[in-house]
Design a binder for this molecule. Structure first.
Ligand code: SAH
Ligand code: SF4
Ligand code: F3S
Length: 502
């Protein structure tokens, strides 16, 4: 399989991005190299998402277009993985005769063998469930990290979901909850720290449910797991790790210990993405979320008492079956009362096999659209107000790469996960020219609804008074390189950090 080059197109949440990283490492282990873009690739893997109807249909539209891509060069291979693959399985092979292989969310390890089979003309689909710890035993990234690369990594701590919220497809695409042994997680984080990783994000569909089944059965020691807060404590003590994040937690699994962790753990970031979905107790119940709006506020109160400057973000759904105008107004009100710094909001999309899809009482499309727009205007104003309140403050930015805004601007994230753009000097020595992957102390000098603008505290890094026309050459070439590679890295992630849950 040597000499072959692969590209991966990734849709969906961080879990999918991380799965794509794992597939990339498996393919590299098998002797393939990452292509600089799909045009140059011999093998294309699409890692799919099924969370809303639109995400699923993206695959069908992509596959339609890929007939030409395949025909352009003999021997090209197309594989499909992820949540749509898990859901639809081998029916994808019958529907698309130019598709070579299909792998489910538990079958990443089979990808190299499936590719080898495909090269010999054998088409296959593997979507079986794997309930063993072996599922976590995957290469996650290349060993060496050249200077000037990002210093953040995802770490899987649990997978699957047993919550069965009535709107959600995830329990059927990711299977039952399973937690990874703490010793394995610690070993991976130590290895990442040794490689120079500064920030880790712990991943799980309900990440703070980590270990709960084992703890409840009194079998945590046997299973090698522990309560989530205890795991955080262990990871906090690993030298070299400066920032710890986790996503996505569920309100049901906030206990005193987890709140206390936010007070006590030095490296735990002052940001929590805590999806609430609705501000109406009636709708929350229909959604089977198992908490009330009051309980949600209580958790935020606890978090704020533990960490006064903690930034809270959330996910919201509008137009859930039966949602009335007054239910929706409770969601609008929650955005204000909860002081959400930002949120992702979605129009409800019925998913096959879920409880809500059978409920009837559909909200008309134009009503949902109107609610979504009103919600997003409310959030945008509130996000801007939060950003403006930060102007004048000092913070630390971990640099991800050139900013989407171009010029000689860099973009990174502060501890609150806000995007921060900063101007840097254009004629710095090469080593400092693009301090990607370093923590830069800055002062916030401006705010937009999408990002903060900052100035490095170190005068040597600040832009010269000559202005931006004298843009840094290394930065320009980095941006050009990003363009040439379709602006994405080896897992299809945009050069600008697009960290979010779809
Ligand atoms: N495990 C996370 C959510 C993961 S899915 C949690 O429990 O909060 C990411 C987001 O997609 C959800 O928070 C929800 O806001 C949205 N979502 C999930 N199913 C959806 C559907 N059927 N229609 C619209 N949005 C949906
Ligand atoms: Fe979906 Fe999250 Fe609910 Fe699980 S907890 S069913 S992933 S929304
Ligand atoms: Fe699957 Fe993540 Fe989408 S779990 S359905 S890829 S949001």
């Amino acid at each position: 399989m040597e000499d072959r080059r692969f590209a991966i197109r990734t849709y969906g949440c961080q879990m999918n991005v991380h799965d794509s990283e794992k597939v990339a490492s498996l393919l590299e282990d098998a002797g393939l190299t990452a292509a600089t873009g799909e045009a140059e690739a011999d093998v294309l893997v699409i890692n799919t998402c099924s969370i809303r109807d639109k995400a699923e249909h993206q695959l069908y539209s992509d596959l339609g277009k890929l007939r030409d891509w395949k025909a352009e060069k003999p021997g090209r291979i197309v594989g499909v993985g992820g949540c749509v693959a898990q859901q639809v399985g081998d029916r994808l092979l019958s529907r698309f005769d130019h598709l070579d292989f299909v792998f489910g969310t538990h079958n990443l390890r089979r990808v190299p063998a499936m590719l080898e089979g495909a090269l010999e003309g054998r088409r296959a689909a593997w979507v079986g469930e794997d309930k063993s710890q072996a599922r976590f035993d995957l290469p996650t990234r290349r060993p060496e990290l050249p200077t000037g690369t990002r210093r953040k990594a995802f770490v899987t701590v649990m997978e699957g979901c047993d919550m069965f919220c009535s709107f959600c497809i995830v329990p059927s695409t990711r299977g039952r909850e399973i937690s990874r042994a703490a010793i394995e997680i610690e070993a991976e984080v130590r290895q990442l720290a040794d490689q120079g990783i500064l920030e880790i994000t712990l991943l799980g569909q309900t990440v703070n449910a980590y270990g709960r089944h084992d703890v409840r059965r009194g079998n945590a020691a046997g299973a090698g797991t522990m309560p989530f807060a205890e795991l955080l404590g262990r990871l906090d003590a690993i030298p070299g790790i400066e920032r710890i994040r986790y996503t996505s937690p569920h309100p049901l699994f906030y206990d005193e210990a987890l709140i206390r962790a936010h007070r006590e753990l030095e490296h735990l970031c002052p940001h929590v993405h805590l999806p609430v979905q609705s501000g109406s107790n009636r709708i929350l119940e229909q959604m089977r979320r198992r908490y009330s709006r009051e309980r949600y506020f209580e958790i935020l109160e606890g978090l704020r008492a533990a960490r006064p400057n903690v930034a809270i973000t959330s996910d919201l759904i509008v137009g859930f079956p039966g949602e009335t105008e007054s239910d929706f107004e409770l969601t609008l009100d929650l955005v204000r009362v909860a002081g959400l710094v930002d949120s992702f909001s979605f129009k409800y999309s019925p998913r096959p096999g879920t409880g809500a899809a059978e409920m009837g009482a559909e909200v008309p499309a134009e009503v949902s659209q109107d609610r979504l727009e009103r919600l997003q205007v409310r959030q945008k104003n509130q996000t801007l107000a939060y950003h403006e309140s930060r102007v004048g403050q000092e913070t630390l930015v971990l640099i991800d790469g050139p900013s989407r805004r171009g010029g000689h601007q860099l973009a990174g994230r502060d501890p609150h996960l806000r995007v921060v753009n900063l101007d840097v000097r254009s004629n710095l020595p090469i080593s400092q020219d693009i301090p990607v992957g370093t923590l830069v102390p800055v002062r916030i000098v401006g705010a937009t609804p999408h990002s903060l603008l900052a100035e490095p505290l170190d005068p040597a890094l600040r832009p010269e008074s000559g202005g931006p026309e004298n843009a840094g050459s290394r930065l320009k070439s980095a941006a050009r390189q990003a363009d040439e590679t379709d602006g994405v890295d080896r897992v299809g992630r945009a050069a600008e950090d697009a960290l979010r849950v779809i």
